[in-house]
Design a protein around this ligand. Structure first.
Ligand code: SF4
Length: 132
């Protein structure tokens, strides 16, 4: 598939930001995994963990770094189980092992990266994981 031009890419990235920032607090990581995290953006975790919570979740389910914030992964698991209209296959994706975030994609459009499959490139040596 022919890659879109730079102007089109910039417009798509701007559109993605306008749509996703207010709804999901999207940080434009360029590799969207919302469908596999109960529609909860893992980049809003202070540690940007993509595969579940750290060991510091407080007893009340809040974050050890930001004590008045619900742990992103507690929210993700709750939503993956209970969010209405979430397809069953997406609910099960929360069990998937996600590859490390590719920081070279920061600020780019995950929509474009999905179409071009750029978001499926994983680090050398990464085995047994599926791209987002
Ligand atoms: S593109 Fe990345 S930062 Fe934005 S909502 Fe998806 S996972 Fe979060």
């Amino acid at each position: 598939m022919k890659s879109p031009g730079a102007g089109a890419v910039a417009v798509i990235a701007a559109m993605e930001h306008v749509v996703k920032a207010p709804v999901w607090d999207c940080r434009m990581c360029g590799q969207c995994v919302l469908h596999s995290t109960g529609m909860t953006c893992p980049m809003t975790c202070p540690k940007t963990l993509r595969n579940g919570p750290c060991g510091g979740v407080r007893e009340d389910g809040n974050c050890e770094v930001v004590p008045d914030m619900r742990c992103v992964w507690v929210k993700a698991h709750d939503r993956a189980e209970h969010m209405p209209l979430l397809p069953k296959s997406w609910r099960l994706h929360i069990r998937d092992l996600r590859p490390p975030v590719d920081n070279s994609l920061a600020g780019t459009s995950s929509w474009v990266n999905l179409v071009t499959k750029r978001d499926q490139q994983t680090p050398a040596g990464w085995i047994g994981a599926h791209a987002p």
